[in-house]
Design a protein around this ligand. Structure first.
Ligand SMILES: Cc1ncc(COP(=O)(O)O)c(C=O)c1O
Length: 394
């Protein structure tokens, strides 16, 4: 089999050697961290050392780190748990989330509105996908808000939000602020000072799938979503995944320590990919913030609309040519949905449907970029012809 060009690191990225080694080492041993015997105490020690390591890499207290079964679970815990706790404490019923959140935040927020009597406001974004701070400030002056959630960096178009300005606005209004930092960790500097809660996910940073964390200020009340054995300060019940947590901690250390070097590598490849795509398809349109600073855009994200093409067809044609990429948007019951992110940014339905996301990672190479640039012209040409045919036959 010839090597494939993998440009879907935002979906999942390969495990780094340190994480794999930690996982293998711990998976060969037995012991439930809640058991009182020596094997259990050993397992508990591994978990607590992992907690201390994650906390020190992120500059927070160990008690702030609540291990979860991944990013989706941590997002659910933050949105529902902070909403319920604020409701119990102060009767606050409002939920503010940005219109470009991942479904792991959007859907629990919508569920709170549909099933739990929350009043949900989707915060609008500008053409680059950035939240309007004036609108947020205005919303915070209304009836009490239980929780505000705005992602650190967008998984589709890579836009980085003004997270600290948002945190400051929320803090002055006394509103708990959560940020989904799943795509940001390891790609931009992550300063959690002043942030009440942040979501992390293992498999986006070179750790295993199915483990992550909610980093939450221990002074904040969070009502649990899962009830059971009372693990993780009773915030998240369930037997702890020792091997996964040890591997996650190794991946967090790797992500944080290598961030500056990694980002420079990704930025170089991103520039080459953008240049190559525009040279091959001159009417292609780059989406999102053109900025290169870490407070503007993720360094490894390239998001492009190819006018006249169906993104899903283009994806399949590139797949056949050995390139793995993504449309970035969700697929409901096998039917491709236009991206809610691009629509919120003001894109037309046609533009939203004609887009592809290429995401670079630590293992990406110039050869990956060259493979995309070589495959794009023929794929775009075929997708355009298919588009014309289907228009004629409808
Ligand atoms: C921004 C963002 N949040 C949350 C998630 C969900 O994380 P997990 O796959 O660990 O459940 C993802 C994964 O695609 C993501 O990109």
């Amino acid at each position: 089999m010839t090597a494939r060009a993998y440009l879907d690191h935002a979906a999942t990225t390969p495990m780094v050697p340190a994480a794999r080694a930690a996982w293998i080492e711990q998976s060969e041993r037995v012991g439930n961290p809640s058991s009182l015997h020596a094997s259990g105490r050993r397992a508990r020690r591994v978990v607590e050392e992992a907690r201390e390591s994650v906390a020190s890499q992120l500059g927070v207290r160990p008690s702030a780190v609540v291990f979860t079964g991944g990013g989706t679970e941590a997002d659910n815990l933050a949105v529902k748990g902070l909403f319920w706790a604020a409701g119990e404490a102060a009767g606050a019923r409002r939920v503010l989330v940005s219109a470009v959140e991942h479904h792991a935040v959007l859907d629990p927020a919508q569920w709170l509105a549909d099933a739990q009597g929350a009043a949900l406001t989707l915060l609008p974004v500008d053409g680059l996908g950035r939240v309007d701070l004036d609108v947020l400030a205005h919303e915070l002056t209304g009836p009490p808000v239980a929780v505000c959630s705005v992602m650190w960096a967008n998984n589709e178009v890579g836009t980085v939000q003004p997270v600290h300005e948002i945190a400051t606005l929320c803090r002055s209004a006394g509103v708990p602020f959560h940020t989904d930092a799943v795509q940001a960790l390891g790609h931009v500097p992550l300063d959690l000072d002043g942030i009440d809660a942040a979501t992390l996910s293992g498999h986006k940073i070179g750790g295993p799938v199915g483990v992550g964390a909610l980093v939450v200020d221990p002074r904040r009340d969070v009502t649990p979503v899962l009830h059971g054995g009372g693990q993780e300060r009773e915030i998240r019940s369930g037997t702890l995944d020792v091997a996964g947590i040890a591997a996650f901690a190794a991946a967090v250390e790797h992500a944080v320590r290598g961030q500056a070097e990694r980002s420079a590598h990704l930025l170089g490849l991103r520039r080459a990919l953008e240049r190559g795509i525009l040279a091959a398809v001159p009417d292609a349109v780059l989406n999102g913030d053109p900025g290169e600073r870490p407070d503007r855009r993720l360094p490894g994200n390239v998001h492009v609309s190819f006018p006249g093409c169906e993104g899903d067809l283009l994806l399949m044609l590139l797949d056949a040519a050995g390139v793995d990429c993504s449309t970035g948007s969700a697929c409901t019951a096998g039917i491709p949905e236009p991206s809610h992110v691009l629509l919120a940014m003001g894109a037309s339905l046609a533009a939203a449907r004609s887009s592809l996301r290429f995401t670079l990672g630590e293992t990406s190479t110039v050869a990956d970029v060259d493979a995309v640039v070589a495959a794009i012209p023929a794929a775009v040409d075929r997708a355009r012809r298919a588009g014309t045919v289907s228009l004629r036959t409808v």
